[in-house]
Design a protein around this ligand. Structure first.
Ligand code: ADP
Length: 188
């Protein structure tokens, strides 16, 4: 069983590369950002609670995110493995995920960190704003905020996974195909 985390800053290409891995390995793709956007669209209680955080580029509180992941894991009890995209984003979330996966005896196998310089991230998000309906991409201040939050709260997880021997750093700049091939070689 493979359980992967695709890790990286906003705009690093987590969603794009996750979609490819899912396609090749039949894993269940869990993107917390997508789950929140879906919940918001359907005006569920989770969606309503998340809205204020998404709009400001802040992290949704850990309990809310972890509960959502817990439910998603239960809903896919027979999955051959998962790809976590945009989760975990804090140390508390990482610890909670380890515990949830311990319960189903399927630990994280690989953490793929997509590294992209800040200037390139901002360029990409600006471009994405032109074609996507994501309000958090449209405002440069919110983009700055998301990158800042990533550095402060999420990037430190790099050390956590490196200590556990699970971290694989991939240069996220280049052709999508080439990046996908590098990831494929790591998880094959
Ligand atoms: P990106 O990484 O490009 O900013 P995502 O779609 O992964 O986009 O996330 C969008 C927003 O959803 C985040 O800015 C945050 O408000 C919320 N979010 C997503 N995942 C998490 C998480 N694991 N913990 C807290 N908030 C989250």
């Amino acid at each position: 069983m493979k359980n992967l985390i695709v890790f990286g800053a906003p705009g690093a290409g987590k969603g794009t590369q996750s979609a490819r891995i899912v396609h090749n390995h039949q894993l269940v793709h869990l993107s917390t950002g997508e789950l929140f956007r879906e919940a918001l669209k359907n005006q569920t209680p989770v969606g309503m609670e998340a809205k204020a955080y998404l709009d400001k580029g802040l992290l949704v509180p850990d309990e809310v995110v972890v509960q959502m992941i817990r439910e998603a894991l239960h809903a896919h009890a027979n999955a051959p493995g998962f790809i976590f995209d945009g989760f975990p984003r804090t140390k508390a979330q990482a610890a909670a995920l380890d515990k949830l996966l311990e319960d189903i005896k399927a630990p994280i196998t690989h953490v793929i960190l997509l590294e992209v310089p800040d200037e390139e991230l901002k360029e990409r998000l600006k471009k994405r704003a032109e074609i996507s309906a994501r309000s958090d991409d449209a405002n440069p201040n919110i983009i700055e905020k998301r990158i800042e939050v990533y550095k402060a709260e999420t990037y430190p997880l790099r050390d956590y996974y490196a200590e556990h021997g699970k971290l694989f750093v991939v240069n996220g700049v280049g052709k999508e195909d080439e990046i996908a091939q590098k990831i494929q070689a790591i998880i094959a």
